[in-house]
Write a protein that binds this ligand. Structure first.
Ligand code: SAM
Length: 259
């Protein structure tokens, strides 16, 4: 039977690799990766560095799958489901034709595979298609959310309180009533500005774990403009942007109404 290891490699610094991840990398015969059409693919650069540094105990091969393009002419849900099916078919064919019986394939996932990453859904889709037999394991990685909290030296949650993890798009659409602590990922813009004036603190981090890391924290009303300008300048300078932040309602802040 074939084996597949989905390995979290941490979000930025090769130092985030766990001993379990290194041991799993050492067992891989075939590294499979999806190549993005993006101009700048920082995760690809980290993966390459990790393979060079840690996949040294046995010969290995590398297989690149060209990520299919999502069709713009279909309604969004149809385009996404067609795209998922196309990716599953490509992964299935890579497993069938590039990985021999008894061999181990490896997919290196930025951060942790359980958080805003499609790899595990993709693997499940391949299993559901039922035409290639394999066993798989998932190795956890250090997520950007953990790095954010560590760099700001804060716990994410307040005592006994929940934390919502969501996307910039959802934050911009309005927080559910009563949510006071929220981690925002995948924000293509500056959705935190929707909470200016509502009594929040922000703990913001960009390029966490990389040499370009930027950290800004403070009352949102005081630091929002600084984040907006630092963010724009860094994106211009480096050609890409990855940021994550925690918003926390200050004690006694006015309760927010539902949008
Ligand atoms: C597709 S998600 C992948 C998340 C990843 N699986 C993880 O565990 O961190 C990409 C988003 O994660 C966040 N992110 C990932 N790496 C980051 C980093 N080094 N610094 C800041 N944010 C990061 C950003 O919000 C980015 O838009």
């Amino acid at each position: 039977v074939r084996h597949l290891s989905v390995i979290g490699i941490g979000a930025g610094d090769p130092g985030f690799l766990t001993l379990e991840a290194i041991a799993a990398i050492e067992q891989v015969d075939v590294f499979i990766r999806f190549a993005k059409a993006a101009d700048h693919d920082e995760p690809a650069a980290l993966r390459a560095l990790i393979i060079e540094r840690f996949a040294v105990t046995r010969p290995h091969r590398e297989v690149e799958i060209t990520d299919p393009v999502r069709r713009a002419d279909l309604p969004y849900p149809a385009a996404v489901s067609e795209w998922h099916a196309a990716r599953a078919a490509l992964l299935e064919s890579a497993l069938t034709s590039e990985v021999g019986e008894g061999e181990t394939a490896g997919i290196l996932v930025w951060g942790d595979p359980a958080l805003y990453d499609s790899t595990l859904r993709l693997v499940d889709a391949v299993i559901a298609r039922g035409s290639v037999d394999f066993e798989h394991v998932v190795v956890p990685g250090i997520s950007s959310v953990q790095v954010l909290a560590a760099r700001h030296r804060i716990p994410l949650n307040r005592v006994g309180q929940p934390v919502l993890v969501t996307t910039g798009r959802r934050l911009a659409a309005g927080l559910p009533h009563g949510v006071e602590d929220v981690v925002v990922m995948l924000d293509g813009g500056t959705a935190f500005t929707t909470l200016v004036g509502a009594g929040y603190e922000i703990f913001w981090g960009a390029y966490l774990g990389t040499p370009d890391e930027i950290l800004i924290a403070g009352p949102l009303d005081d630091v929002a403009d600084t984040i907006i300008s630092e963010r724009a300048a860094a994106r211009e300078r480096l050609g890409w942007m990855f940021d994550t932040y925690l918003l926390r309602a200050a004690p006694g802040a006015p309760a927010r109404a539902d949008p």
